[in-house]
Design a protein around this ligand. Structure first.
Ligand SMILES: [Zn+2]
Ligand SMILES: [Zn+2]
Length: 185
């Protein structure tokens, strides 16, 4: 069989055409992929246009550059991350900390076992636990006996613990009150 240059050039032409079509399809796919990808990662229209331009102009090296420079998180992931952070922050804020020693205390605790600070007060009507700043029992609606000042909560916190070793001044004042009351009567 004699070598036919026409056949060969035809084949070469066909091959080039096929290769060209493949590369054109690849280029278009990459541009479309980049468009979809950057749409989910950046809100800035300029960043989107730049990303598509880099891939469209530089083609394969462009896609490498895009993969290196694109935002690491998608907008969806970013949103989820923000939600998680907010939830975590809220959990930290809501975590019950003892105002006396700063340790974590449980919701149901009335007294901190570590520093004996009173964490809650009992309603004098129904006996249910109330937060210290509350001046009204949410269970029975009875107003708490007036203790609006913040300084009082600490004094009040130290008083009702029976096991606590009382300081002499405190005992004295207590005694004075008793004496005063009895003398008044
Ligand atoms: Zn404490
Ligand atoms: Zn009550």
């Amino acid at each position: 069989m004699v070598f036919d240059p026409t056949n060969f050039s035809n084949f070469l032409l066909l091959f080039t055409a096929w290769g060209g079509a493949f590369i054109a399809a690849l280029w278009l796919s990459l541009v479309i992929w980049t468009y979809r990808d950057i749409r989910g990662r950046a809100r800035d229209p300029l960043a989107r246009i730049l990303a598509i331009l880099v891939v469209a102009i530089l083609f394969l090296p462009g896609i490498v550059i895009y993969l290196i420079l694109r935002p690491s998180r998608t907008l969806e992931e970013d949103y989820q991350h923000t939600l998680e952070e907010e939830a975590l922050l809220q959990a930290i804020e809501e975590a019950n900390l003892c105002p006396g020693c700063g340790r974590r205390v449980k919701e149901a605790w009335i007294i901190c076992p570590n520093c004996h600070t009173k964490l809650k007060k009992n309603c004098h009507q129904c006996g249910k636990p109330m937060e210290l700043p509350w001046n009204l029992c949410p269970f029975c609606g009875t107003p708490a006996p007036g203790m609006r000042r913040e300084g009082l909560s600490m004094d009040e916190a130290l008083r009702p613990i029976p096991s606590d070793s009382k300081e002499p001044e405190e005992t004295l004042t207590f005694n004075d009150e008793v004496i005063d009351e009895s003398s008044n009567i």
